[in-house]
Design a protein around this ligand. Structure first.
Ligand SMILES: *Cc1c(COP(=O)(O)O)cnc(C)c1O
Length: 259
C-alpha cells in the first residue's frame, strides 16, 4: 500500500466510525460536517468519494483554493471568523452551502449583495451565539426568554436577514461552546441548553412577527431553525441534546498542525 492509500484508508475508517456513532444517536437526519481546515484536498476527495458531501472550512483563502480544486457537488460550510470585507470572495464560491458564523448586519448585507446573479439557491445562514460568554469566542449573546429578547442583537440580526436580505436564508444558530464542559446540575451541557433556549425564544418571536410558513425563515422544507453544535469531543452529547448539525474535524482527519 502506498502512503497515500494508507492515509485514505485511515481517514475512511475514522469517517465510518464517526458516521456510525452519529447514526446511533440520531438515526434520522443529522448533518455531519467534516471539518477539513489545514487538511489537504486529497483528504477531502477521499471522503467525497465515500459519499461525504458536507465539509467545513475556517479560512476564506483556503476554502477558495480548495473549492476550485474539488468537485462542485461538495457543500461547503464556512465556520471561521467572518469579516465583511471577505464576503465577496466567499459569495463567489458557487457551491458555498452555508455560513455558520454570521454575527453582523454589515456582513449579512455584504453577502446578500455579493451573491452572483447566476446563483439560484439562497445561501444558508446560521447566526453564531456565544453561549459560554468567553471573550475568546465570537458570537452574539444568547436569548433568555425575557422581554429584552425582542431587542437583542441576535433578534435584530435575524430580522435584518429576513427583511433586507432576500438572497439569504436564516437556517439556524451555531455555537462553539466552552472546551471544558460546563455541566449543569442535571448533567446537561450548559452551552447546548443555552443554544436550545435561544433557538426556542427566537423561533417564537419570528413566528409572531413574520409567520411560521417556512418560506421566509428556517431550514428549507421544514421552516425550523436548526442547531449547529457539537465537535469531535462532544458531538454525541450534542446530538442527544437536539443538535441537527455536528462539525467534526479531528475525529475524522486526525490532529491538526498548529498554524
Ligand atoms: C475546527 C472547528 C471544528 C472542529 O473541531 P474538532 O475538535 O477538530 O472536531 C468545529 N467547529 C469549528 C467552528 C471549528 O473551528
Amino acid at each position: 500500500m502506498s502512503t497515500a492509500e494508507a492515509r485514505n484508508a485511515e481517514i475512511l475508517e475514522s469517517l465510518a466510525e464517526v458516521r456510525a456513532r452519529v447514526k446511533l444517536v440520531a438515526p434520522n437526519s443529522a448533518t455531519l460536517v467534516a471539518v477539513s481546515k489545514y487538511k489537504p484536498a486529497s483528504d477531502i476527495q477521499a471522503c467525497f468519494d465515500d459519499g461525504q458531501l458536507d465539509f467545513g472550512e475556517n479560512y476564506v483563502q483556503e476554502l477558495e483554493d480548495k473549492a476550485k480544486m474539488l468537485p462542485v457537488e461538495i457543500r461547503w460550510h464556512f465556520i471561521g471568523t467572518l469579516q465583511s470585507n471577505k464576503a465577496k470572495v466567499l459569495a463567489a464560491i458557487p457551491n458555498l452551502y452555508s455560513i455558520q458564523t454570521l454575527t453582523s448586519t454589515k456582513a449579512a448585507t455584504a453577502l446578500n449583495k455579493s451573491l452572483p446573479p447566476e446563483r439560484t439557491s439562497r445561501l444558508n445562514i446560521l447566526i453564531q451565539i456565544n453561549t459560554s460568554g468567553e471573550d475568546s469566542k465570537s458570537g452574539l449573546d444568547p436569548l433568555d426568554a425575557s422581554a429584552s429578547d425582542a431587542d437583542a442583537e441576535a433578534t435584530q440580526l435575524a430580522r435584518h436577514i429576513i427583511t433586507a436580505c432576500p438572497r439569504l436564508r436564516l437556517q439556524g444558530l451555531m455555537t462553539i461552546g466552552a472546551l471544558e464542559q460546563s455541566l449543569t446540575a442535571g448533567d446537561e451541557n450548559a452551552d447546548f441548553e443555552r443554544l436550545k433556549r435561544t433557538r426556542d425564544a427566537l423561533a417564537k418571536l419570528l413566528a409572531e412577527e413574520f409567520g411560521a410558513d417556512g418560506e421566509r425563515w428556517g431550514a428549507e422544507g421544514t421552516g425550523r431553525l436548526l442547531l449547529s453544535m457539537g465537535m469531535s469531543s462532544d458531538f454525541e452529547a450534542a446530538l442527544k441534546a437536539g443538535s441537527e448539525i455536528v462539525r467534526v474535524g479531528t475525529g475524522i482527519f486526525g490532529a491538526r498542525a498548529k498554524k
